[in-house]
Design a protein. Structure first.
Length: 248
């Protein structure tokens, strides 16, 4: 890794961005962060070329949280997020992919649907880590931003109802992989599987260790799964492993 600090382009509130931010912090990699304004020019530019998070690392622009963590693991293997045992590593990467595809997107869809009658809250949530003037601007822009979100993330009644059992199945997967209440999803150490599951599902527990100040969730937020036993595990993973920021 070069002497130049990596640059993370992020939405501060986003679960996929939290996944990469956590990996950087866990590995104590000094980095700079740019919190992109939702609906602003940079937001539109990144949307046309993929999505956030994006990491500028050693002269390369890396898109996609899985690819970013893979690059970090290659350059800074200690402390590891990939198990050294080949079978455990394969299982951890399979679980990372599972939660990427069967938890993060569905959680996001349900969360914004459940908050659809609280536009002020949505604006405040999307404006996490933004200065007051931008928060006010986002409130004014919110109708257009919500329209783009509905189209991009398929936030419709039909898709939300499809996502609810998918999200519950992801929580069930956590419990089944823990093999009777174990601390970790793979082996006996914190891995990319634990990090991915906890980061992508963080809005279900609103952990105090989350690195930015979030607004309180609205009533009935994610009520359909609020009593699942996996939520206690997510909160505990945050408490034990979401350490100090390495942002410079």
């Amino acid at each position: 890794m070069s002497d130049q600090a990596p640059v993370l382009w992020q939405y501060s509130f986003s679960n996929y961005n939290e996944k990469v931010r956590w990996a950087l912090d866990y590995k104590s990699i000094p980095h700079r962060r740019h919190s992109v304004f939702p609906g602003g020019p940079r937001s539109l530019t990144f949307s046309r070329n993929g999505t956030l998070p994006v990491l500028d690392l050693d002269g390369e622009r890396i898109v996609d949280s899985t690819r970013i963590i893979e690059a970090l693991e290659q350059r800074r293997p200690d402390p590891p997020l990939y198990p050294s045992d080949p079978d455990e590593r394969s299982r951890a990467l399979e679980l990372e992919d599972f939660f990427d595809e069967h938890a993060g997107h569905d959680l996001r869809r349900i969360a914004f649907w459940d908050a659809r009658d609280a536009p002020g809250w949505i604006a405040d949530f999307l404006a996490t880590d933004q200065p007051p003037a931008r928060r006010a601007a986002l409130r004014a822009m919110l109708p257009g931003v919500r329209l783009v979100m509905r189209r991009r993330f398929a936030i419709t009644d039909q898709e939300v109802e499809r996502s609810r059992p998918v999200l519950r199945a992801a929580l069930d997967r956590i419990e089944s992989e823990r093999s009777g209440g174990g601390d970790h999803l793979v082996g006996d150490a914190f891995t990319v599987a634990d990090l991915t599951a906890a980061a992508l599902l963080y809005p279900m527990v609103w952990p105090p260790e989350f690195p930015y100040q979030l607004p309180d969730p609205p009533p009935q937020f994610l009520d359909s799964v609020k009593d699942h036993p996996a939520l206690g595990w997510i909160a505990e993973i945050y408490r034990r492993h979401r350490g100090a920021s390495a942002e410079v």
